[in-house]
Design a protein around this ligand. Structure first.
Ligand code: NAI
Ligand code: MG
Length: 396
């Protein structure tokens, strides 16, 4: 088999810290690949007027698999101010390069496993009927539609005339008819049947493959009748092909309320873009938060794997670095799953589980310390020490 090439996109801030750590773990588990580094993020915006350089897009198109760290993103006006003077007033408009990647390669399936590692001091704890502490084992895997919905970018402040006219053709728009256009902000929620079907199909297929007994479609069809309604409809259709799996339907608001009541009851959960974003952050918070949350962005041809956290600029320059590399390492394991190297992925997850359970090596977040240069003196493991511990387990 031809040797594989993986596109490494460290990005900004701690993306540059954690990505090399994941590459070390991949090496330790015997994953053989050539690595090509590709730029993405703030520096490219500032110096080139494009946070997602074409070279990066081309490399991904060629090699089809990418490991991504994190980027720094800032609001439009700040972005415009930081643009290098030579590039100003040339029509460059900042956009999120990760959203850009999802749209360029139609990475329409986002997968976010939220799995409890026993022994993690950050695990959610609740009280049982006798007042006893309970630590439910969460095993939720969220399938989030990644390219449409409220994040598709079709939005206006001061909508152009034809848009206003089209909206005015809807009886419910009467309530806004007197609002001046410049006081009107509109973000559209666009769902397509094709994308709804695909996310539901992927969710059920995953549930079947991994032995889950339920798939929950989490939307809000009683209010968002058209968009949520379409997702639920497609979920029901796909469900007919999986008689052994139960289909549950929940509303996003109620689901968030139940999050801490019975999180262990949920298996695979499928949702549109925004609700999927919310629900996956909610579940991630029960199993360790940003130091543990990883996600996959998968299209028909290209897969990009990333930790959920951002660039955490205030920790980017610390020496030694203190951030938890586990989220990035788990993202690398998801990449191995997608590449058909499930055995190696399982070894990485088992190694992380062993390190967490043993509890000897813990980064500052796991010790609930305030982040900063003092954390190491207070007993926190540095980033590289956590990686070393995982690698030592892999090698056992
Ligand atoms: P963030 O995720 O970068 O950091 C928030 C806080 O979470 C940090 O201050 C730190 O306390 C903790 N944290 C994050 N990663 C950690 C890790 N690996 N280990 C231990 N603790 C960790 O989010 P924030 O501060 O809201 O955003 C910073 C920048 O990152 C912004 O420019 C934002 O736009 C961007 N961002 C990028 C994302 C991406 O690249 N996918 C996602 C979220 C934010
Ligand atoms: Mg999010």
């Amino acid at each position: 088999m031809a040797r594989r090439t993986v596109v490494a996109m460290p990005g900004d801030g701690i993306g540059k810290v954690v990505l090399p750590e994941a590459v070390r773990v991949l090496g330790a588990v015997g994953f053989e690949a050539d690595w090509v580094e590709a730029g993405i993020g703030w520096d490219h915006w500032v110096n080139e007027g494009n946070p997602l350089p074409e070279r990066t897009v081309e490399l991904l198109a060629r090699h089809r698999v990418g490991l991504f760290g994190a980027i720094t993103s800032k609001p439009k006006d700040k972005a415009a101010k930081e643009l290098s003077p030579a590039l100003r007033d040339k029509g460059h408009v900042y956009f999120s390069p990760i959203v850009g990647l999802r749209q360029r390669f139609d990475l329409d399936i986002s997968i976010r496993p939220c799995l409890t590692f026993p022994g993690n001091p950050l695990n959610f704890i609740r009280r049982g009927p006798e007042g006893e502490a309970q630590e439910p084992v969460v095993k939720a895997v969220i399938f989030r539609q990644n390219t449409e919905g409220l994040y598709s970018g079709v939005e206006w402040t001061n909508p152009p005339g034809p848009v206003r006219e089209a909206l005015a053709s809807h009886p419910k728009f009467r309530a806004f008819a007197q609002t001046p256009s410049e006081d009107l902000a509109i973000s559209t929620r666009i769902f397509t049947r094709r994308a709804c079907r695909r996310i539901c199909e992927q969710a059920f297929a995953y549930a079947a493959e991994h032995g889950y007994s339920s798939v929950t479609v989490c939307e809000k069809p009683n209010v968002l009748r058209e968009t949520s309604g379409m997702m639920v409809e497609e979920g029901r259709k796909v469900h007919q092909r999986y008689p052994g799996i139960e289909l549950w339907e929940t509303n996003i608001d109620a689901q968030m309320m139940w999050l801490t009541k019975n999180p262990e009851d949920y298996g695979v959960i499928v949702a549109g873009n925004m609700f999927g974003d919310i629900i996956s952050d909610g579940f991630a918070g029960l199993v360790g938060g940003l130091g543990f949350a990883a996600s996959a962005n998968i299209g028909r041809e290209v897969g990009v794997f990333e930790p959920t956290h951002g660039s955490a600029p205030k920790y980017a320059e610390l020496d030694p670095p203190i951030v938890n590399p586990i989220a990035m390492i788990l993202a690398a394991a998801m990449m191995l799953d997608w590449l058909g190297e499930g055995d190696k992925a399982a070894r990485i997850r088992a190694a992380v589980a062993a390190v967490v359970a043993e509890g000897r090596v813990r980064t500052y977040d796991m010790l609930k310390l305030r982040g900063g240069p003092q954390a190491v003196a207070q007993g926190a493991a540095a980033t590289t020490q956590m990686t070393d511990a995982v690698i030592a387990e892999v090698r056992k």
